[in-house]
Design a protein around this ligand. Structure first.
Ligand SMILES: Cc1cc2nc3c(=O)[nH]c(=O)nc-3n(C[C@H](O)[C@H](O)[C@H](O)COP(=O)(O)O)c2cc1C
Length: 337
């Protein structure tokens, strides 16, 4: 049960938080919980859902929170509020969204983005790589605008080519690292029952594998997800992409990671409305030595390339679950009880 705060009905808070939770997150950890203030929703990081191997500095955790924050801000505008966002990112970090009243009706653009929230998904299959119309590319670029964040778009085979070697090397290093593979397997849900029990993690069907008992799923992964096979598969995925998007944070700190998440989320929702599918090819961003190669290649200086996304046309796949609202809304403002 939600405490009643001021004149906003608790069902409205629940609706807004539900939309926030539809945001993507690394390994679908959903590393967040929410508390309520007076006309305010606080979005907190859930440190128990960190990914210490693949995301040792928590940048992906904060990008995920940025995605949820963006959904919350869009949903608040659609509910006729003027959301005021206050990030507090040092000790006891929290992203607060104050629901100030607004006289402005929701814009058609926001309503369309909100509509896309339940449709958006990470779609990890092969794509039809037909060209994306120029006006659609322009809409994606417009959607990405965010202080301290750059999005670069690569939409020809020549422009996409350098990423093949980086994705190969990132994959090779990650899948040769036992700790990385162990952590990944912990978050794969190999059966329908596991999906229902945990309501988080990545259903094996969402990565193109059938549901099988866990012992078998782990063996299949060990046999088939070798550094070589993964590198080969992702090279093909690049050839099958209409475009690649590289999201770059001007500085390596929490505020820039959150802002990058906001930018990415708007692009992902816009792509969904344009009937485009997207999936992550983050391995070269996650392996620091490969990330440095990209930094140098593009002359980025201190700026960090943190998300690599492929775009193309495909049918939807199995959806990834979300935890219930009761599991993510906490009483009080001091953290999970
Ligand atoms: C910061 C971040 C990093 C991610 N990294 C990867 C990745 O490396 N590989 C991948 O397949 N998906 C990646 N994803 C996608 C998540 O696995 C996906 O969002 C999650 O499983 C929920 O599924 P959904 O996006 O379909 O709702 C990432 C998402 C975020 C926000």
């Amino acid at each position: 049960m939600l405490p009643s705060t001021s004149d906003i009905p608790s069902s409205l808070y629940r609706d807004l938080i539900h939309l926030a939770t539809l945001a993507p997150s690394g390994h679908n950890t959903q590393p967040w919980y929410f508390t309520l203030g007076d006309r305010c929703i606080h979005l907190h990081p859930d440190q128990s859902r960190r990914l210490p191997v693949v995301d040792a500095d928590d940048h992906a955790l904060w990008i995920s929170l940025g995605c949820a924050l963006e959904n919350l801000a869009i949903a608040a505008r659609c509910a006729s509020f003027s959301p005021r966002i206050q990030p507090q990112l040092t000790e006891h970090p929290v992203l607060s969204v104050y629901l100030d009243p607004s006289d402005t009706p929701p814009s058609p653009a926001d309503l369309a983005l909100q509509e896309a929230m339940a449709q958006r998904q990470s779609t990890r299959c092969a794509y039809d790589p037909r060209a994306i119309p120029a006006d659609h590319l322009q809409r994606l670029t417009q959607a990405s605008q965010q202080a301290g964040v750059q999005m670069r778009l690569f939409s020809t085979p020549d422009a996409m080519k350098p990423f093949i070697a980086w994705v190969r090397e990132g994959n090779r290093q990650q899948f040769s690292d036992r700790a990385f593979v162990e952590e990944l397997m912990q978050w794969i849900r190999f059966s329908h029952r596991e999906v229902q029990r945990h309501q988080d993690g990545i259903p094996s069907r969402a990565i193109g594998m059938p549901y099988v008992p866990r012992w078998l799923g782990k063996r299949l992964m060990t046999w088939f997800a070798t550094p070589q096979s993964q590198a080969q598969q992702f090279e093909q995925r690049i050839h099958q992409s209409s475009a690649l998007l590289l999201f770059i944070a001007d500085h390596h700190d929490r505020l820039h990671w959150v802002n990058l998440g906001r930018s990415f989320q708007r692009v992902a929702l816009t792509a969904t409305n344009l009937d485009l599918k997207h999936a992550h090819l983050n391995m070269p961003c996650e392996v620091v030595s490969v990330r440095s190669q990209m930094q140098q290649h593009f002359g980025l200086g201190e700026a960090q390339p943190l998300l690599l996304i492929r775009l193309g046309y495909a049918n939807a796949m199995t959806r990834s679950p979300r935890r219930s609202l009761d599991a993510v809304i906490q009483a009080g403002t001091d953290g999970p009880s």
